[in-house]
Design a protein around this ligand. Structure first.
Ligand SMILES: Nc1ncnc2c1ncn2[C@@H]1O[C@H](COP(=O)(O)OP(=O)(O)OP(=O)(O)O)[C@@H](O)[C@H]1O
Length: 297
């Protein structure tokens, strides 16, 4: 996977508040990248820096391997705060106004309306839209000019479950078409559903980043099974890192170890003692658990 955006040692201070301290991570091309953190952890500041709304005190970032020129930066579509759409004008007219402000061709409007699922309602007044439609129109506005990267600050904020699902589907659809989506969010459930990668911030410091699966992996908890589950249970109790065992039905055992266990090494260890595993699965914790573990530490 290639890197589309790479942050190196970004720091930013507002007076006495250190909003970001030396934050570095890479965002893979075509990922849906979630920036997570409690209130005040620096998410908005970070997005502001990569979209050039704010200037970092230190550090730098590269877009597609190079410091971004003004032209390159136009390849980033942004939705940092809810745009002020005109309530009495239609979705289409509002996009015309945005296209003119952003000096982008109006010819792109039907495409973004279609992507956002608003074609049928494009001539209705904005004030008649549901909250989900309003947010989809805002994302459509950010997509004008077909940017490769979209940056969204809390795209699901304030929406009801239907609106959240609509925005989620739109983000997934954009990711499928190869766009990279970077979103700040505090809705962990939502991030877990839609993001492929995450970075977790607390008080301006990066606590961890990487593929969602790696962040969520519980590396001390493994499900194993074997044709002779009785022999497996006896054997696994002898493992030097064994803590406890729970039968999960169908001969599968859920085993907790003292610390991280490499699945390949565990497989090997069992085989050496004559027990062949027919099932081996790392388990996942919820993003909420991972987030609380990281942010409470
Ligand atoms: N213009 C500013 N002047 C002074 N302090 C600021 C300013 N903008 C942000 N801060 C402070 O910097 C820190 C990081 O704020 P930021 O908005 O980036 O966090 P956030 O993670 O986006 O939070 P939230 O989820 O509440 O939006 C906070 O302590 C905030 O109070």
């Amino acid at each position: 996977m290639s890197t589309i955006l790479s942050l190196q040692n970004i720091s930013k201070r507002y007076g006495a508040v250190q909003a970001l301290s030396g934050v570095s991570f890479d965002i893979p091309t075509s990922s849906v990248f979630g920036v997570l953190g409690p209130n005040g952890s620096g998410k908005t500041t970070l997005l502001g820096i990569v979209t050039d709304v704010l200037k970092a005190d230190a550090g730098s970032f590269t877009l597609m391997g190079a410091p971004p020129s003004a032209r390159e930066r136009r390849k980033i579509g942004t939705l940092l705060e809810t745009p002020n759409f005109y309530h009495y004008l239609s979705g289409y007219r509002n996009l015309q106004i945005v296209a003119n402000i952003k000096q982008q061709s109006e010819a792109d409007i039907p495409r973004v309306l279609e992507l956002a699922g608003l074609t049928a309602r494009q001539h209705s007044a904005f004030k008649t839209y549901s909250l989900g439609m309003k947010q989809r129109l805002a994302i459509a506005a950010a997509m004008l000019g077909d940017p490769q990267v979209l940056i969204l600050d809390e795209p699901a904020n304030g929406l009801d479950p239907v609106g959240i699902a609509e925005v989620r589907n739109l983000i997934r659809q954009l990711a499928l078409s190869g766009k990279t989506i970077i979103m700040a969010s505090h809705l962990l459930d939502e991030v877990e559903k839609v993001c492929t990668h995450v970075a977790i911030l607390r008080k301006g410091q990066l606590l961890g980043s990487g593929p969602v699966n790696a962040v969520l992996a519980r590396d001390n908890f493994i499900e194993i099974g074997s044709a002779d589950s009785h022999a497996l249970a006896q054997l696994i109790r002898q493992h030097p890192a064994f803590v406890e065992l729970l039968p999960a039905g169908n001969g599968v055992l859920q085993v907790t170890f003292k610390d991280a266990v490499d699945p390949a090494a565990l497989n090997n260890w069992c085989a050496q003692q004559g027990v062949w595993l027919s099932h081996l699965q790392m388990s996942r914790k919820s993003l909420e658990t991972a987030f609380l573990e990281l942010t409470n530490n």
